[in-house]
Write a protein that binds this ligand. Sequence first.
Ligand code: AMP
Ligand code: GLY
Length: 423
Amino acid sequence: MKVLIVGSGGREHTIAWAAAKSPKVDKIYCAPGNAGIGQVAECVAIGAMEFDKLVAFAKENEIDFTIIGMDDPLVGGVVDAFEAEGLRVFGPRKNAAIIEGSKAFSKDLMKKYNIPTAAYETFTSPEAAMEYLQTAKMPIVLKADGLALGKGVLICQTREEALEGVKTLMLDKQFGTAGDTIVVEEFMTGREVSVLAFCDGKTVKCMTSAQDHKRAKDGDQGLNTGGMGTFSPSPFYTEEVKAFCEKYIYQPTIDAMAAEGRPFTGVLFTGLMLTEDGPKVLEYNARFGDPETQVVLPRMKTDMIEVMEACVDGRLADIELEFEDNAAVCVVLASDGYPLAYEKGKVIEGLDTFADKDGYYVFHAGTKNTEAGIVTNGGRVLGVTAKGATLKEARANAYEATKWVSFENKYMRNDIGKAIDEA
Ligand code: AMP
Ligand code: GLY
């Protein structure tokens, strides 16, 4: 079959790599893709938000199956656009992707269906939000309702910071209309875990767990980023925690969405915090995580395309998801300065080293082909993933492999997976 993948980051490179392993797949296209994706797929110059062009391309090229990697097109209704033309597509429809597209929606859903999450209030008026914050308990968390590249969350230690935060989100509109509505949420503490799950509208099957590192600098310092590295599985996600989440979080979420007339098909990503009072939902995403995917899919034994087709066809219950009994670590190689200002266009050396190394992968996030070779083309440039028998071994392997690649301004965190030492 012919597959089209929509997106251009490390997540989409990993999805393309997994699709290429499937015996069912003959040809892969990716829109718009990047230099690494170009090694397993044919990249086509169509943007992820150009729905008409994507649909036209899929029809002209007789694409059998399309996989949407990114959040923006999902929240914008790309799946509905494909389905309207009778095309097979993996991802939630617009009315289900809202679980990521609106934090107010997801919080109200959790409240209505008793899914454990932090206490919250929603505000559409900055005055009302500020009044509430005069007496609210600190620290407190402010979240822009809409999509904000994972950056619309402000953790405020003091009342002054919280009031300033309302100004940033609602008056200065730092995240545009995403901040027209805000959610003000109780501050929680605990370990964070990301759990990605395949869903077909009624059945939910979880993948192995992972943990991201969102801050730019070692020791969880610096600004929030899209994610600087991941490990999988999380040793803190015990069998007991897993059983709790299956019973009180994942299945209830899928049931709630179905009951609301918004059946969820695709990947549901639950961001959890393991608090003293038990696991609670931090957020939902309507897609694979980036860079969680870079440690989860390399450990998956089941054919990804078969699982995705089962989701679209509503027969996920018949699928047995299997993962390797090992571990993986992904270290993101970024351009120094990310997530603020950084330079692009630096030649990347050493990528070929990965070609013949089993259990080592270099997934491209921001790269581009030029006459000079493959160059940097984004803040997050590459995700270096390595497997190992244990998390410690995987971490040592991943850091060893980061040395194989060089480019000017290469920056990485040196403590990805360090938390596992405490497990
Ligand atoms: P989100 O995009 O909602 O996952 O938030 C981004 C990050 O902010 C999370 O990964 C947490 O580290 C942090 N965060 C979000 N909500 C809370 C909360 N209620 N309490 C503490 N930290 C939070
Ligand atoms: N790694 C976090 C995300 O994909 O949203």
